[in-house]
Design a protein around this ligand. Structure first.
Ligand SMILES: [Zn+2]
Length: 75
């Protein structure tokens, strides 16, 4: 009976030791690079039709923004 208790204690200690070893090792899934966070882009309003569009897609002329070349010419 004494050896049974000793065996149980050793099994628990071994289990805890294995758990700590697994936690110490770096998880392989975290090596994957995360997607870059979306940067909020300022929205501009077309001076001709009033549609809102991201700054990267806007056409700028004389300090005004336009949604397309046609509105840029008309504006
Ligand atoms: Zn427009």
């Amino acid at each position: 009976m004494k050896y049974l208790v000793l065996l149980a204690v050793l099994a628990v200690v071994y289990g805890l030791w294995r758990n700590s070893q697994r936690r110490a090792a770096p998880p392989p899934m975290q090596a994957r690079p995360a997607a870059p966070p979306a940067i909020p882009e300022p929205m501009l309003r077309c001076a001709h039709c009033g549609v809102h569009l991201p700054q990267s897609q806007a056409l700028l002329k004389d300090g005004r923004s336009y949604c397309c070349e046609a509105h840029q010419r008309q504006g």
